[in-house]
Design a protein around this ligand. Structure first.
Ligand SMILES: [Zn+2]
Length: 113
């Protein structure tokens, strides 16, 4: 389950930010999850709750922002919506589509006090 290592990475970033800002606790963490990233928000939330227990982010609320996938088709040159990383181009049916957005998970916002 790669969500566990992702959750640990997020916690590390959150802890570094909190320390740098001299925060007492973390209220909210907003994560962007790309539809092509193969990250399961429910699984990630479960792992995040597990790794943050007892930490500065132990009480933090986790929110997810869904980022749709898109890419550039190498055959027709269009920018198209993608439902899967190796999905076909909806315009010309080509499988030579390079995913450009929605492929990753990242931390958008950390709210501390
Ligand atoms: Zn195309």
């Amino acid at each position: 389950m790669h969500e566990m290592s992702l959750a640990e990475g997020v916690l590390q970033l959150v802890e570094e930010t909190a320390r740098r800002e001299g925060a007492g606790r973390v209220l909210r963490v907003v994560l962007e999850i790309g539809r092509l990233s193969s990250v399961e928000p429910e699984a990630l939330k479960f792992c995040f709750d597990a790794v943050t227990r007892g930490s500065i982010a132990g009480e933090a609320a986790v929110e997810f922002i869904d980022v749709p996938g898109s890419g550039g088709c190498l055959d027709c040159g269009r920018t198209v919506a993608l439902e899967a990383v190796y999905g076909p181009c909806p315009e010309c049916g080509s499988y030579r589509v390079q995913a450009s957005t929605g492929t990753e998970m990242r931390v958008r916002e950390i709210e501390i006090e």
